[in-house]
Ligand binder design. Structure first.
Ligand SMILES: Cc1cc2nc3c(=O)[nH]c(=O)nc-3n(C[C@H](O)[C@H](O)[C@H](O)COP(=O)(O)OP(=O)(O)OC[C@H]3O[C@@H](n4cnc5c(N)ncnc54)[C@H](O)[C@@H]3O)c2cc1C
Length: 348
């Protein structure tokens, strides 16, 4: 299959003034953090494969040429956005000068952005709220990627501004008082016919989404972007370790994994099962509840369990420091990145 058939949607841009060696270092770090594959990694070129397609970076005179390649137009846009997001942390001044070769194709709101209105909000257990949104088009949310970002205006802003794509093909997000809050959540259920998208919010102190969910009423308007992130792993041997923020993702795993899957599911909450989150039934995988601060901790348990589950995929999602411990263990033990999903879901 030719490259053109595999990835019919392509866009490129120049990252002027950037040193290729620095970009390469950043990509190697990103690949390690997000379990991505570098199919080419030389002193002149790096190519990274992601869920949405490939990104390649080439050393050129005066900077770096970046090319994004994807199967679909919407996933190409997501790829480009992820690149711009990384650059905004690494070299924010460069974002202002970046021009995409397909800039003329986009105008108005970004293609992966939609408005959503609240249909219902209800408590589940003491620690979670389930939100059902009306979203015009959820076709892309029933596919392999199970995460998205909710886009919340600043508290009290009754005339919010929403993101737009500028003439260079780059999304411009409102700044200052108009800055939008964009945390990642998991699609618990998407229904194309009913135009519904459902997600579960873990209620935690000081959380802006927590405050929003508690105050939300039928008709409240927000934005969302997505889908994004990983999906249900293709395996039937898995060892899962998750805290509350990843319970909705674990629920999706229990629904989506093959019925003959074996392994274990360890879920941690302050009061264990008393948190009231209900997981779907799976014939062979039953969640084992652990209480936070009551034992060795999620990371230590995942690492200790490796001796019995080395032939299972390791799926770990929790707080940043726990994630760092598990990642360091896997890297030290040379565990193939295809054999694990290790993701930071929140940080203290
Ligand atoms: C791929 C992915 C999927 C996710 N899916 C979900 C999901 O379905 N449901 C869900 O509830 N969360 C989910 N999360 C986690 C969620 O994005 C974070 O918890 C995020 O910080 C929530 O934003 P906020 O507006 O509540 O808090 P913010 O206003 O961003 O943060 C306020 C304070 O809360 C603290 N904080 C954030 N999370 C927690 C926590 N869990 N416990 C204690 N303190 C916390 C922060 O350190 C900060 O000090 C997911 C994260 C990722 C990466």
């Amino acid at each position: 299959m030719t490259e053109q058939t595999l990835f019919p949607h392509v866009a490129e841009t120049s990252l002027s003034g950037l040193a290729f060696a620095a970009v390469r270092g950043l990509l190697m770090h990103e690949a390690e953090e997000h379990d991505l594959t570098l199919s080419t990694n030389t002193e002149k070129m790096v190519r990274m494969s992601t869920e949405y397609g490939d990104l390649s970076f080439q050393d050129i005179k005066g900077g770096v040429k970046a090319v994004a390649m994807s199967k679909r137009a919407d996933t190409l846009f997501i790829l480009k956005e992820s690149l711009v997001e990384s650059i905004s942390h690494f070299a924010p001044e460069l974002v202002e000068t970046l021009v995409w070769s397909d800039a003329s194709l986009h105008q108005g709101h970004p293609p992966n952005f939609q408005f959503a209105t609240v249909k219902s909000v209800r408590a589940i257990g003491g620690d979670f709220m389930r939100v059902v949104l009306h979203v015009e088009d959820v076709r892309n949310f029933v596919d392999s990627a199970i995460h998205f970002r909710i886009i919340l205006p600043a508290v009290g802003d009754t005339l919010p501004e929403w993101p737009t794509v500028n003439e260079k093909g780059v999304t411009v997000w409102p700044k200052g008082d108009k800055a939008l809050h964009r945390p990642v959540y998991t699609v618990r259920r998407a229904d194309i016919a009913a135009k519904e998208l459902e997600f579960d919010v873990f209620l935690h102190a000081g959380g802006r989404t927590t405050e929003w969910a508690k105050a939300a009423v039928k008709g409240s308007k927000i934005g969302l972007t997505g889908p994004g992130g990983g999906g249900i792993p293709k395996t039937n041997r898995i060892a899962v370790y998750a805290d509350e923020t990843a319970f909705p993702a674990v629920a999706r795993l229990l629904e989506g994994l093959p019925r003959d899957s074996t392994g274990k599911i360890v879920v941690m909450a302050d009061g264990g099962e008393a948190c009231g989150y209900i997981f779907p039934e799976h014939p062979r995988l039953k969640p084992e509840w652990v209480k936070r601060n009551a034992g060795e901790g999620l990371a230590a348990q995942a690492i200790a369990d490796q001796k019995d589950h080395a032939d299972h995929m390791l799926w770990f999602a929790s707080e940043k420091e726990d994630v760092a411990q598990v990642r360091a263990f896997c890297s030290g033990a040379n565990i193939d990145t295809k054999q694990h999903y290790i993701a930071t879901y929140w940080s203290r």
